[in-house]
Every structure is written in structure tokens, then in C-alpha cells.
Design a binder for this molecule. Structure first.
Ligand SMILES: [Zn+2]
Length: 235
């Protein structure tokens, strides 16, 4: 499996002969983020097969970015979001609840629980290797069950530590390290950071890869792989 980190929660994954994108944020802006998205050449995505959306927040289900993607791609969303995608022109949209799977001969996408406002899931992408795309989630007890069901080669975990009105809505570096202790992936790859988001009292996102590396103890530090924007790894 080949995985290219674009920015924020956007990954382009080649798996089982298919091209997959997660939570595409490729153009335009998002209201809380001074950072700009990293663009991908449209010709790199004309043969896109699958779009995975973890939840409905605007930096993950980003209509302006989706509008740049081929409408024949199949979209997988948490249950409750299908109509939004159909309105955006993606007629081949399927909803998954945690525990449900979508399978092709060469590849399976399994939805797993996530704890985040609104309908939200994480995804396991399995083609012989297993990659966990956590979406947005806080650390929650259900991760133990995820750990018991999947042997994870690489876990892409949010580390920005999103807070809204002071409430934590996503994992910060310490949470991601605790999650990695539970999930025991071979590789821990941070996502969902470096947006520069800070609106006093309303919204903040301060976690960084530097903090993740600084807080990681022995046994975890060597599992962390920080990818540059645009960098590809093969697992
Ligand atoms: Zn969110």
C-alpha cells in the first residue's frame, strides 16, 4: 500500500489497485484556519476510485474540494451524511456505521467507531496490510475493541488537540501516544495539525509533531514517522 500525506486529514492511498482519498481538503479555505490547503494536480485524481469521509465538519467534508473530484468516484460516509454527498453530485455514495464494511475483491474498507460531534467514523483500509485512518476523534474506551479486532500496520492519528469553547474534540499528542499504546500499530503517523488555527476562547489546535516526539517514551518514539506534506510512504 502506498500512502501520500497531503495535509491536515487528506491522504491519497493506492491500495488493491484502487486510488483512495481521505477527507479531501485541496482548495479554498476553512474558516478557522489561516493555513492554506496543499493542492494536488487534478490529473493525479482523475482516476480516483474512492473518497472516504470521516464526518461532516467543514474541514473534512469540504464541498469546494469535493467539487474538484470526479463524480464517478464512490464515496463512503458515516450513516446520516449520504444526502449531502448526493446533493454535491456524488450519486454512488454508501453509508457505513461502525462495524460495517465495504468490500471489493482486492480491498476492504471497515468503519470503526470514533467519538466526535455528529455522525463520525474512522476507517480501516485492508489489502493484506491494515491502515487505520482515525478521522477526528478523542481518545475513548472503544479503542480497546478496535485494537482487539485489527492488527494495524500504520495508524494515522490526529494530534492537533482541537478545542472548541475549551472542550476537547480531538486527540492531542499525549492522547495520540496513549491511543498508540492501546492500538499497538507498527507505525504512528500524525495528521490533523499545522493549520495555525487559534480563535481566542472559541477554537484552538496547538498540537504539533515536535510535541508528539518530545512526549513519546521509548518503545513509541521509534514508531513515529512524521511525513512532510506531499511525502509518500509504502508499507
Ligand atoms: Zn471535526
Amino acid at each position: 500500500m502506498k500512502i501520500r500525506y497531503i495535509k491536515h486529514s487528506t491522504l491519497i492511498i493506492e491500495s488493491g489497485g484502487k486510488k483512495i482519498i481521505t477527507d479531501p481538503w485541496l482548495v479554498g479555505n476553512f474558516r478557522f484556519f489561516p493555513a492554506r490547503p496543499r493542492q494536488v494536480k487534478p490529473e493525479e485524481l482523475h482516476d480516483l476510485n474512492l473518497i472516504l469521509i470521516s464526518h461532516g465538519h467543514g474541514d473534512h467534508l469540504h464541498a469546494e474540494s469535493l467539487a474538484t473530484l470526479p463524480r464517478q468516484a464512490k464515496v463512503i460516509v458515516p450513516r446520516g451524511l449520504k444526502n449531502k454527498l448526493i446533493r454535491l453530485g456524488f450519486l454512488d455514495t454508501v453509508e457505513l456505521s461502525p462495524g460495517e464494511e465495504f468490500s471489493l475483491p482486492t480491498l476492504t474498507i471497515a468503519a470503526v467507531p470514533a467519538k466526535h460531534p455528529g455522525p463520525a467514523v474512522g476507517y480501516m483500509i485492508k489489502d493484506g496490510k491494515t491502515v487505520y485512518f482515525a478521522g477526528d476523534t478523542v481518545l475513548f474506551p472503544g479503542m480497546k475493541e478496535i485494537a482487539s479486532r485489527f492488527k494495524i500496520d500504520a495508524a494515522f492519528l490526529p494530534i492537533g488537540g482541537v478545542r472548541m469553547f475549551g472542550f476537547k474534540l480531538g486527540m492531542d499528542p499525549a492522547d495520540a501516544l496513549r491511543a498508540a499504546e492501546i492500538l499497538n500499530p507498527k507505525l504512528l503517523i500524525p495528521i490533523h495539525y499545522a493549520t495555525g488555527a487559534s480563535v481566542p476562547l472559541l477554537f484552538s489546535m496547538k498540537g504539533s509533531p515536535e510535541e508528539l516526539l518530545r512526549k513519546a517514551g521509548p518503545g513509541l518514539k521509534e514508531k513515529i514517522r512524521v511525513l512532510a506534506e506531499g511525502e509518500t510512504i509504502e508499507i
